[in-house]
Design a protein around this ligand. Sequence first.
Ligand code: 6GU
Length: 230
Amino acid sequence: MRIDVISIFPEYLNPLQLSLVGKAIEGGLLDLKIHNLRDNTADPHRTVDDSPYGGGPGMVMLAEPWGAALDEVIVADSVLIIPTPSGEVFSQSVAEQLAQKRHLVFACGRYEGIDSRVADHFATKAQVLELSIGDYVLAGGEVAALVVIEAVARLIPGVLGNSESAADDSFAATEHGRLLEAPVYTKPASWRDLAVPEVLLSGNHAEIAKWRLQQAQQRTQQRRPDLTGD
Ligand code: 6GU
């Protein structure tokens, strides 16, 4: 998969060189390029924003540098993702769909967002998705892009090892719907007077699977009653 990220703070994306996503890049499973939006300005001040038409607080990002930056990366099979708190809510099922794509482009806005004509224009060239990562407001789209890229990258075939399959993650689609994961334990079997549940030490795989499903269902019911299998 190819991913392009455009931002006025390209260093914000540096953590993607670490850990799982960093290894996917090193291994050639992910081709990640970070671009500085200001490289697409033409004025000496490298201006990227102006006051909103209609008045109101804050600044809006200019269509012109975004148009120039996106013209250089968007092709017909790109998905343009614009992180914004007013977007559709990102979820594991959206991550699963994005993991099937060949090319993702993230347009990370700051301030009050990007002139809406940018999304309208590029919707005539490629699929455009405005995505929110939850019901709170961040200072810009960079952290949201980090979240989406990490969630998608670990679903690319070959990125996770066999022993770390995504099939039993929280939210993974199962025959019982999308459930939170059961609690997990490792050695020692007793720690500060707290024992690991007996069944996990039993070696009885059918009983263990039954217990984990029961725990997952109970947790989901208590913590996330809104989660129905979609
Ligand atoms: Cl994608 N961007 C910003 N700025 N704030 C957010 C968000 C995105 N998702 C939730 N809050």
